[in-house]
Ligand binder design. Structure first.
Ligand code: BV8
Ligand code: ZN
Length: 251
């Protein structure tokens, strides 16, 4: 893949790069994206109908089991070349911040140090009543497991539809847009708010916006550069072209 010379120069001279990612960056790790139909047992459900506080109140067992299924998928999944290329960029860019909508923890697993998880992390359960973090002593006699402090039900540490994003994560992400030179928007359909407003805000702040996606999205028109392709294929090539000294890591 050939890259625009001006883009390569912008990357090489960038002091701070922000990398905004969605489910597409984990697709090549074998984790279905949100817009992919739910598979198998879950085909009759929509993610938006399961990832809500109302669904958990109404049917905690089904919601807990959906997350248990997704955790199984994620437990077998490792970082793919896209995650690894992003982690490698931080070796050659003075400052690099990952802002992810994903809850799978794969950016940190790939070695990215500065990761903002806008929608939480599927591995961090907490009590739906007293909000105590799970401590692993809850046992599995109950589904969902019960809090050792108050007996309430555990829930996954993710942001559900209708819930506010963690204030500190949102503030940190918004602050990064004020200072980043380049803003990557990778593997997101840009349908979920308020996260989807970040690329638009980045462009309005004068950032260079680079979209990487095999399909067109509404953010194509705000990006100065649209790299049409899979993240696991485009990113390693882009990192190699911009910083030939960086050796590609293989998963
Ligand atoms: C809030 C955690 C208020 C849970 C998630 C009407 C209009 C606009 C907004 C709304 C509305 N009605 C309601 C809302 C708000 C709502 C919302 O946006 N709904 C959407 C469905 C319309 N938002 C909320 O509810 C948010 N909260 O607004 O709170 C508030 C304020 C104060 C006080 C109280 C309340 C909370 C949103 C967070 C929801 N939680 N995740 C879990 O994971 O179970 S969101 C979920 O969707 C995931 O995090 C996912 O990442 C995210 C977005 O999806 P994408 O990442 O973009 O994934 P998607 O599958 O859509 O797209 C994949 C893309 O990858 C595609 O473009 C594809 O082409 C591409 N791709 C595929 N393969 C590859 C690839 N790209 C590169 N390489 C590849 N190989
Ligand atoms: Zn509790």
């Amino acid at each position: 893949m050939l890259f625009d010379f001006v883009l390569l120069e912008k990357l090489r001279s960038a002091r701070h790069i922000a990398v905004f990612t969605g489910a597409g960056v984990s697709a090549e790790s074998g984790i279905p994206t949100f817009r992919d139909a739910q598979t198998g047992l879950w085909a009759k459900f929509r993610a938006e109908d399961l990832a809500t506080p109302e669904a958990f109140r109404r049917d905690p067992v089904t919601v807990w089991n959906w997350y248990a299924w997704r955790r199984e998928l994620m437990a077998d999944a490792g970082p793919n070349p896209a995650h690894l290329a992003i982690a490698q960029m931080q070796q050659v860019v003075p400052e690099l911040t990952v802002i992810t909508q994903n809850v799978d923890g794969l950016h940190a697993k790939a070695g990215s140090a500065n990761v903002i998880e806008l929608h939480g992390n599927i591995w961090n359960d907490f009590c739906a009543d007293c909000r105590q973090q799970a401590n692993g002593k809850e046992g599995t006699n109950n589904v969902p497991p019960r809090c050792t402090h108050c007996g309430g039900m555990l829930r996954p540490g993710v942001v559900w539809f209708g819930e506010a994003l963690p204030a500190d994560a949102w503030t940190r992400a918004s602050d990064v847009l004020e200072v980043a030179d380049v803003f990557f928007c990778i593997g997101t359909s840009s349908l979920v708010e308020p996260a989807a407003s970040l690329p638009r805000y980045a462009r309005s702040c004068g950032r260079t916006v680079v979209q990487i996606n095999p399909e067109a999205t509404s953010h194509d028109e705000i990006a100065q550069y649209v790299l049409r392709g899979k993240a696991g294929e485009v990113l390693p090539q882009l990192v190699q072209a911009a910083w030939p000294q960086v050796m590609p890591e293989v998963p």
